[in-house]
Design a protein around this ligand. Structure first.
Ligand SMILES: NC(=O)c1ccc[n+]([C@@H]2O[C@H](COP(=O)([O-])OP(=O)(O)OC[C@H]3O[C@@H](n4cnc5c(N)ncnc54)[C@H](O)[C@@H]3O)[C@@H](O)[C@H]2O)c1
Ligand SMILES: O=CCCC(=O)O
Length: 490
């Protein structure tokens, strides 16, 4: 990858706010810096929206709402399909921008482009399938008509870890349902979202239907939108702490909310598992996105009879993960996104070691520039260690053991989170028992990856409210209207 190509691609990204179809500077004239986490160098200066800009974006979304809701579903679907094709055609540019602003290796960024684009294709196919129902009331007299309509202007707030896919997973169903939106991307990674906004314009999304406000002051800019009665929906992906506060703020307007929050995924390996397959699944569940994923395996719970075999194979495989700048062809693990993320990972590891865990691989911060942290395996981690309670968000695999299925389920469920669980077993009845007993929104059975645009993604407990993707994803942007009709034969 040449420096010239990096500069050219970054220069092709709009760095302004998209409001009502126009690229504008922030009303204050201020910008903020976006950095390359591999080097700490400034990649770009991006418009820093004020509360006034946020309100202008909502004004534009409100003005465009009626027209967009009236657009034929097939037309909305075709625009989404064009967006899918344009993102796919520019996959290399999207991947490079993402790698530069977020750090992951290019191969992973390409995988995210394919994943993120697929939400556009999936919801292009769902737009014409929005339907209602007509039924006879149980007493055989009145008729019941149930119709769906768009919720209305929506505020979409996304995190930095999947800068494209988290945006498409919200914008695509919103567009398909007939909702206009204001997207607020994370301040660490606004460039991918801004490039995507430009592609949406090219695809034919009308002015004002999607507005994008990058800002370094999230709360000050989105707060007034959330309390504005014209906003009808808040969809947030991010940490449980921020989500909890936003749910409280959304209560003022009794807003529809979708919350995709944190996770603390257990990864269970039973005595009858195919251990080699479990190790491959563990690598995916742990190291996809460098461990910076809400669905990352956070707690490895391994049956005591296979713990040594699993651990030594996992250590061997993780030792081969090359930590390098994401544009380096050898890179298998990029840097973490920023210094505070790396400090937290290092603190969780040293805390676990103080509590009695042993480092089987990695475990120390390398010298040099960039926020790198090596693939790390911890064994003998005590059950009360902080690292088993909090999201690690880094390439660290803490391993503990269990004696039987009941203990495995009890440990897996001992978390306020409930996003995803993974389990490796060859016993079908056990797998079904787990599916019924684990407190989780998603369950990966003999696989380390559940994310799929055709499936309902989301959690239970403090991992969130609502689902994104699948047939369920569009419902988050639809209201139900019931029309009671008198007996047509009376
Ligand atoms: N469940 C999921 O689908 C899912 C997906 C990706 C990430 N996540 C979670 O996201 C977290 C990592 O992302 P993050 O560090 O960007 O999370 P974060 O909560 O710090 O930020 C998420 C977004 O919210 C914005 N934000 C922060 N404070 C805000 C406020 N007061 N008002 C309005 N917006 C505010 C941020 O600018 C960003 O755009 C992890 O906890 C991860 O598990 C969850
Ligand atoms: O970080 C959480 C989202 C990851 C995914 O969609 O697979």
């Amino acid at each position: 990858m040449t420096a010239l190509r990096e500069t050219e691609v970054i220069a092709s990204v709009p760095t302004c706010l998209l409001i009502g179809g126009e690229w504008r500077s922030a009303s204050s004239g201020r910008t903020f810096e976006v950095h390359d986490p591999s080097t700490g160098e400034v990649l770009a200066e991006v418009a820093d929206a004020t509360a006034e800009d946020g309100m202008a974006a909502l004004d534009a979304a409100v003005a465009a709402q009626a027209g967009w809701a009236d657009t034929a579903p097939r037309v909305r679907g075709e625009i989404l399909r064009r967006a899918f094709e344009l993102v796919t055609a520019r996959a290399d540019d999207f991947a490079l921008v993402m790698t530069l602003e977020m750090g992951k290796p290019l191969a992973e960024s390409r995988a995210e482009v394919a994943y993120g684009a697929e939400f556009l294709r999936w919801f292009s196919e769902e737009a014409p399938r929005i339907s209602g129902r007509y039924a006879t009331a149980p007493d055989g007299r009145n008729r019941l008509l149930v119709a769906k309509r768009p919720v209305g202007p929506s505020l979409l707030i996304t995190p930095w870890n999947f800068p494209l896919a988290m945006a498409t997973r919200k914008i695509a169903p919103a567009l398909a349902a007939g909702c206009t939106s204001v997207l607020k991307p994370a301040a660490l990674t606004p460039l991918t979202a801004l490039l995507f906004a430009e592609v949406l314009r090219e695809a034919g999304v009308p002015d004002g239907v999607v507005n994008v406000i990058s800002t370094s002051r999230a709360g000050a800019v989105t707060g007034p939108l959330i309390t504005d009665p014209r906003l009808r929906k808040l969809s947030f992906t991010g940490s449980t702490d921020v989500g909890r506060r936003l749910i409280a703020d959304a209560a003022h307007q009794v807003l529809r909310v979708s919350m995709e929050l944190g996770g603390n995924a257990p990864f269970l390996v039973f005595e009858d598992a195919d251990v080699d397959a479990a190790v491959e699944g563990a690598l995916l569940a742990k190291l996809r996105n460098g461990g910076e994923a809400c669905v990352a395996a956070n707690r490895f719970l391994v049956h005591e009879s296979v713990a040594d075999a699993f651990t030594s194979r996992l250590v061997d495989r993780m030792a081969g993960y090359v930590n390098a700048r994401g544009t380096d062809p050898d890179a298998m693990l990029g840097p973490l996104v920023d210094e505070s993320t790396r400090e937290k990972v290092a603190e969780l590891v040293s805390g676990a070691v103080e509590d009695g865990a042993r480092v089987a691989l990695g475990g120390s911060v390398p010298s040099g520039r960039g926020f790198f942290y090596p693939a790390t395996v911890l064994v003998d981690v005590p059950q009360d260690a902080r690292i088993l309670r909090e999201e690690i968000f880094g390439p660290v695999a803490p391993i503990t053991t269990f004696r039987d299925e009941n203990e495995a389920v009890r440990l897996a469920n001992a978390s306020e989170y409930g996003l995803v669980c993974f389990a490796y077993t060859r016993d079908l009845n056990r797998a079904l028992r787990l599916a019924e007993r684990l407190e989780t929104g998603m369950f990966g059975l003999n696989t380390g990856l559940v994310s799929n645009p055709a499936a309902p993604f989301g959690g239970v407990k403090q991992s969130g409210i609502g689902r994104e993707g699948g047939f369920e994803g569009i419902d988050e942007y639809l209201e139900t209207t019931y029309i009671g009709i008198s007996d047509p034969f009376a």
